[in-house]
Design a protein around this ligand. Structure first.
Ligand code: A3P
Length: 419
């Protein structure tokens, strides 16, 4: 029988059993043998009773703010590295071990009735998080918030722009979501983080493989935004937290912020910071104004008498789809300032199909007689995304039906489009 010093022995062990290199932490207090050798200084009270798993940009921070108003609810402390989320179950932090994770939690005054929680919004779409969370906190409750995945993608894009992500600054939203595999790596990475978390059904199924449906609360993000008190009542019931906290009295709509905020003594409000509930143009406004061909538009419109009017999509006869059956086809918007001749077919210009012309050519080529006709191509990101998410949304509807949950309004609308 041979043996080695501990570190070498460990190395040898993992050479023999490489599949065991990846740890799967369990609650040390769930096993008497562990508990007996667990230091007296340590406690298993520093673990969450529920997790807010995301996805990002759905209102997770607002939910945290509201939950923290409850006297029996406390969250993990902010991470010194990311300043915000602990992000333990999804990435490499997991390898830092249990002590590292537990150190984020304060000691609750009453471990039985108090509710510690942690919010890491990238848990939602993580491959590893459900399995790892179920292993450490199998009885934890899981809260997720869903909004229209297209809006989520756009909100994320705006978030990345304001964080100075070079790809988000270089490319407009439509380019980000529609770009193909040949795109530069930073653009592809941004596209992934815009699109992938929105595969709601697939991600939820992974959580449901490890947690019972009764442990999962799916919040409608639109409702959280418009009627947070009702959502907070439902959330309190789901968690079983006491005493019942009256959010109708504790929250107020702040017209300046445009969102619901905490009502403080003296009538002041505590709202989330500037990075939550950002001000940015609505999706597709940039493309309606001709962003992909902005330079050409400027050239053409400079020769028009009242150019500004003609930029406005509302002053046109509305977007019209030209050519192709695909939902991803660009829209053609014909804006006709004092037309001498009305084109018979707005999808053709001087006898040439517009969608064909679009490829590789500027708008200037399309408008040889400026002043007659201004054409703006509105590549509609929303149309593209509706189509992109169609199958995912159908699966989500089936999943919610199976769970006996109502469909959020946005999902009903998307399903109608899919018919
Ligand atoms: P936008 O900034 O794009 O509007 P998260 O906290 O998960 O990152 O989500 C941020 C989003 O929460 C915001 O996205 C905003 O729309 C939404 N939200 C919902 N309720 C809110 C509230 N009371 N205050 C601020 N943002 C809220």
């Amino acid at each position: 029988l041979q043996t080695l010093p501990p570190v070498q022995l460990a190395r040898k062990y993992f050479e023999l059993f490489p599949e065991q290199r990846d740890p799967l932490w369990q609650n040390p207090c769930d096993d008497k043998r562990h508990k007996d050798i667990w230091s007296r200084e340590k406690t298993c009270d520093h673990l969450p009773k529920f997790l807010i798993i995301g996805p990002q940009k759905t209102g997770t921070t607002a939910l945290c703010l509201f939950l923290l108003m409850h006297p029996s609810v406390a969250s993990s402390l902010p991470s010194p590295q990311t300043l915000e989320e602990v992000q333990f179950f999804n990435g490499n932090n997991y390898h830092k071990g249990l002590d590292w994770y537990m150190a984020f939690f304060p000691t609750p005054p009453n471990a039985t009735t108090d509710f510690l929680f942690e919010k890491s919004a990238s848990y939602f779409h993580s491959e590893d998080a459900p399995k790892r969370a179920a292993s450490l906190v199998p009885k934890a409750k899981i809260i997720t918030i869903l909004v229209d995945p297209s809006d989520r993608a756009y909100s994320w894009y705006q978030h990345q722009r304001s964080h100075g992500d070079p790809a988000a600054l270089r490319f407009d939203f439509h380019e980000v979501v529609t770009t193909g595999q040949q795109a530069p790596p930073d653009l592809l990475a941004l596209q992934r983080t815009c699109l992938v978390p929105g595969w709601y059904a697939a991600h939820l199924e992974r959580w449901l493989a490890y947690f019972a449906a009764s442990q999962l609360l799916i919040i409608d993000g639109q409702q959280l935004r418009s009627s947070p008190a009702a959502v907070m009542d439902e959330t309190q019931k789901f968690l079983g937290v006491t005493p019942h906290y009256n959010y109708s009295r504790a929250l107020t709509f702040d017209p300046q912020k445009g969102f619901w905020c905490q009502l403080l003594d003296g009538g002041k409000t505590k709202c989330l910071g500037k990075s939550k509930g950002r001000k940015y143009p609505p999706m597709d406004s940039e493309v309606a104004r001709g962003a992909p061909a902005r330079r050409e538009l400027a050239l053409v419109t400079s020769r028009l008498r009242s150019p500004r009017r003609h930029y406005e999509p509302r002053s046109s006869r509305g977007p019209r789809r030209c050519g192709g059956r695909s939902r991803t086809q660009p829209y053609l918007m014909a804006v006709r300032p004092k037309l001498r001749t009305r084109p018979r077919d707005p999808c053709r210009l001087h006898g040439r199909p517009v969608s064909g012309l679009l490829r590789g050519r500027g708008l200037r080529d399309l408008v040889p007689r400026a002043g007659d006709l201004l054409l703006a191509f509105a590549f509609q990101s929303r149309t593209f995304l509706s189509s992109y998410y169609r199958d995912h949304n159908v699966e989500l509807a089936k999943l919610l039906h199976r769970l006996g949950q109502p469909l959020p309004a946005w999902l009903r609308q998307e399903l109608q489009k899919a018919r």
